[in-house]
Design a protein around this ligand. Structure first.
Ligand SMILES: [Zn+2]
Length: 624
C-alpha cells in the first residue's frame, strides 16, 4: 500500500495568510515539517551577517539545520517570534519529493518531461526563476537528494533535504510563489522514482472493484492498464476521438479499438459494440469529438437518477455567485470592475465577500480586458492595502474571442489551474464575436453563453461576465441589460449594479435559477476601493455584546446617561464607551439628547439600514 504523508483538507486554511509565521503554520498544519531560514537584509546581504555568505537567504537559522524541522506550532511560533522575517524552509523526505529545476544551470521542465511523463502537480516558482515541483511518494522508498542526476540543472530533494518555500524572498529580491497550488500533492510517477532510486517500482493498480484479472494479473509487468466496466465506453470513445483527430478511418479505428478492448477492458465489450463506436466516430468532425461523446456513458434510467447522491452545486459565494454563468451589468463607471476585483480577492483569501458573505476559497482568473496592466495593478494595490498579494489570483489582459479559441483557452487554463473557483471576464463585449449582419442577436447571445455554461458546470466553477448597460435606463433593472434576452435567458444568474453617479451607496439586483431574487444594498469605501454589504433593512441583526450591554443599560435606566456613567456601571473604558456611542448614534441604535447624554432610539429600527453599515465596519474581524 502506498503510504502518503499527511495533507489536511484546505478548509483548515487560515482566513488570510499575511506573515511568514502564518505560512509556516499553514504548511505545518498540512503535515509538512518547516524550519526558519536566513533571509536577505537587502539584495544579496544575508541576515547571518557573513559578508561572503555562500547561501544568502537560504540556509537554516537553527543550530542543527533541517534536523530541527518541526510541525509543532509552539516551536514554530517561537522561531518566528525571534525571527519574524525569516524565510520558510520545508523539509523534504518522509514521503515528500521536490524536483528543483534551475534554468541558470541549464535545467528546464521540457528536459525533465523528455525523460518522464510528468503529471501536473503543486508547483512553486522560485525567486531565481526556477521551479519546485512537489510530489509525494511511498516513504518506505529511501530517496536521497540528487544533484544533476536526472539532467543538468535538475536536482531533487528528499530525505535529509529541504526547500525554500513560498512566499520566502530570494537573495535577489523576488518572492517564491505558488504557480500551481492544488489541494494535496500528486503521486510521483513510477518512472521518476525508478530513475531516482534505481529500483523497479511495483505498480499498484487501483480499481473500484478489483476484478479477478487485476488480482491474478502478472505483477512483474511494470504497467497494466485495466479498464473497469463503467469506464469501457468512455475510454474507447476517447481513444476513437484521438484517432479521428489523426485522420483514422473506420477500419483503422476498429482495429485499434478492438485491440485495446481485448487487452484492457474487463470484461471486454462485444465486437458489435466496438464496431458501433467506430461507426459513429467516423461521423464526428475531427477536433470536436471525445468531450461531447462521453455523454454516452452518462445515460441513466430514472430510478438510478433518483437513487444517486447528486453533488451540491458549488458556490463561489453562497447565495450570491453560483456555479455557472453570472452576468454583472451596470452603466459604465458604476464600480462593476471594483466589485469584481473585491470578489476575486475575497475568494483567493477565503475572506468574506462584500465584507460579510462567506466564500469558498480557490483560485481566480481575472481577465481585465478593458484596462492596462498598470491600472489593474494600481487597483489591486488599493484593494489589498497591506495584505500580501494572493498567489491564487491570476490576471490576463488579452483573451481571444470565445468563438475563436477563447473557450479552448479557458479549458487549457483549467488544466493548469484546476483549483479555479471563479473566472471573471471584464468585459463580455471583449470576448464576444461581432454580431453577423442579418443574424439573430437572441440566437447569437444564447450561442455565446451556452458553451460557457457547460464549461462552468463541468468544472464546478463560476464565471462572472461584466457587461455594460445602455445609457437610458428601463424601469425593470433586468430589462436594462443590453443586447437581448438571449443573454439573461441563458445565464444562471443576473445582477444589475445601480447607483447615482457620485453616490457611495448602490443597489445590486439579483435574479437567478438557484439564487433567491433579492436586492442587496451596498456601500463603497473610496479609501480601500471596497464594496460592502449593508444589511437588509428587514433583517433583525444582533448587536455586538458591548453595544447590546449599552443599549440594555439605557433601556433599564429609563433616563439619559453620560458615557462616564455607562463606563462605570459596565466596567468599560470610557473612551471605548464614547466611541461605541458615537457609532451607535450614527447607526440609529441610540439617540443623543444634547450635553453628551444618550438614551434608547426614539423609534427603534427606524434607521435600520444604517445600523449594520456601522456595526459591520466597526467590528470587522481583523487578521494580523
Ligand atoms: Zn547567510
Amino acid at each position: 500500500m502506498v503510504e502518503s504523508f499527511p495533507v489536511s483538507s484546505s478548509s483548515d486554511e487560515p482566513q488570510r495568510l499575511r506573515t511568514m509565521l502564518d505560512f509556516a503554520l499553514y504548511y505545518a498544519n498540512e503535515g509538512l515539517r518547516v524550519l526558519p531560514l536566513h533571509s536577505a537584509r537587502s539584495v544579496g546581504s544575508c541576515t547571518c551577517g557573513q559578508a561572503n555568505c555562500s547561501s544568502v537567504a537560504k540556509h537554516p537559522i537553527t543550530r542543527n539545520g533541517v534536523k530541527d524541522a518541526s510541525c509543532d506550532p509552539v516551536q514554530i511560533r517561537e522561531w518566528w517570534r525571534l525571527y519574524p522575517d525569516a524565510n520558510v524552509g520545508i523539509a523534504t523526505g518522509e514521503g515528500l519529493l521536490v524536483v528543483d529545476i534551475d534554468p541558470r544551470h541549464g535545467g528546464s521542465l521540457e528536459a525533465l518531461q523528455a525523460l518522464v511523463d510528468l503529471p501536473a502537480t503543486a508547483t512553486v516558482q522560485t525567486g531565481s526563476g526556477g521551479l519546485h515541483l512537489y510530489f509525494q511518494y511511498d516513504k518506505q522508498l529511501a530517496l536521497r537528494n540528487t544533484a544533476g542526476k536526472l539532467a543538468p540543472g535538475i536536482d531533487t530533494r528528499a530525505d535529509g533535504g529541504y526547500v525554500v518555500a513560498a512566499p520566502s524572498r530570494h537573495a535577489g529580491g523576488n518572492r517564491y510563489y505558488w504557480k500551481d497550488r492544488r489541494p494535496g500533492y500528486v503521486q510521483a510517477p513510477d518512472a521518476l522514482l525508478e530513475l531516482l532510486s534505481g529500483k523497479a517500482i511495483r505498480q499498484v493498480i487501483s480499481s473500484p472493484t478489483p476484478t479477478p484479472a487485476a488480482m491474478t494479473g502478472d505483477t512483474t509487468q511494470p504497467r497494466n492498464l485495466l479498464v473497469p466496466e463503467g469506464k469501457r465506453n468512455s475510454t474507447l470513445v476517447s481513444l476513437a476521438g484521438s484517432l479521428r483527430n489523426l485522420g483514422a478511418n473506420e477500419e483503422a479505428l476498429f482495429i485499434v479499438l478492438q485491440a485495446m478492448n481485448q487487452a484492457c477492458c474487463r470484461p471486454p465489450l462485444s465486437a458489435a459494440e466496438v464496431r458501433q463506436i467506430c461507426t459513429s466516430a467516423v461521423k464526428w468532425e475531427p477536433g470536436t469529438t471525445s468531450e461531447r461523446l462521453s455523454g454516452l456513458d452518462g445515460l441513466k434510467d430514472a430510478p438510478t437518477l433518483l437513487q444517486q447522491e447528486l453533488p451540491e452545486p458549488q458556490w463561489a459565494v453562497p447565495d450570491l455567485l453560483p456555479e455557472g454563468v453570472t452576468l454583472l451589468a451596470g452603466k459604465p463607471k458604476m464600480g462593476k470592475s471594483w466589485l469584481a476585483l473585491n470578489l476575486a480577492v475575497a475568494i483567493t483569501q477565503g475572506s468574506p465577500a462584500l465584507g460579510r458573505l462567506p466564500t469558498q476559497r480557490g483560485q481566480v482568473l481575472y481577465l481585465g480586458l478593458e484596462d492596462h496592466e498598470r491600472r489593474i495593478a494600481d487597483r489591486l494595490r488599493k484593494v489589498l492595502q497591506d495584505d500580501l498579494p494572493p498567489v491564487d489570483l491570476m490576471w490576463g489582459g488579452y483573451w481571444r474571442s470565445l468563438t475563436d479559441g477563447g473557450l479552448e483557452d479557458l479549458k487549457g487554463y483549467l488544466t493548469m489551474y484546476p483549483a479555479t473557483r471563479l473566472i471573471i471576464i471584464d468585459t463580455l463585449a471583449r470576448v464576444r464575436p461581432p454580431t453577423a449582419s442579418g443574424g439573430s442577436i437572441y440566437t447569437e447571445d444564447y450561442a455565446i453563453i451556452t458553451p460557457l455554461k457547460q464549461f462552468a458546470e463541468a468544472h464546478h466553477l463560476s464565471i462572472l461576465l461584466i457587461h455594460h448597460l445602455r445609457k437610458n435606463g428601463a424601469s425593470d433593472p433586468m430589462d436594462e441589460i443590453s443586447g437581448s434576452t438571449g443573454l439573461t435567458g441563458a445565464t444562471d444568474c443576473n445582477m444589475v449594479l445601480q447607483r447615482e453617479r457620485g453616490q457611495r451607496e448602490a443597489t445590486l439586483h439579483i435574479t437567478g435559477r438557484d439564487v433567491e431574487e433579492q436586492t442587496l444594498h451596498l456601500t463603497f469605501d473610496e479609501d480601500c476601493a471596497t464594496w460592502s454589504l449593508l444589511a437588509n433593512p428587514t433583517e433583525t441583526k444582533k448587536l455586538s455584546p458591548d453595544r447590546q450591554a449599552i443599549l440594555d443599560l439605557l433601556e433599564s435606566m429609563d433616563r439619559p446617561m453620560s458615557p462616564s456613567e455607562i463606563s462605570a456601571l459596565l466596567s468599560m473604558e470610557v473612551e471605548h464607551v464614547r466611541k461605541k456611542l458615537f457609532l451607535m448614534k450614527g447607526a440609529g441604535q441610540v439617540s443623543s439628547v444634547g450635553r453628551g447624554l444618550y438614551q434608547p432610539p426614539d423609534e427603534p429600527g427606524s434607521q435600520g439600514v444604517r445600523q449594520d453599515a456601522f456595526d459591520f465596519n466597526d467590528e470587522r474581524p481583523t487578521f494580523l
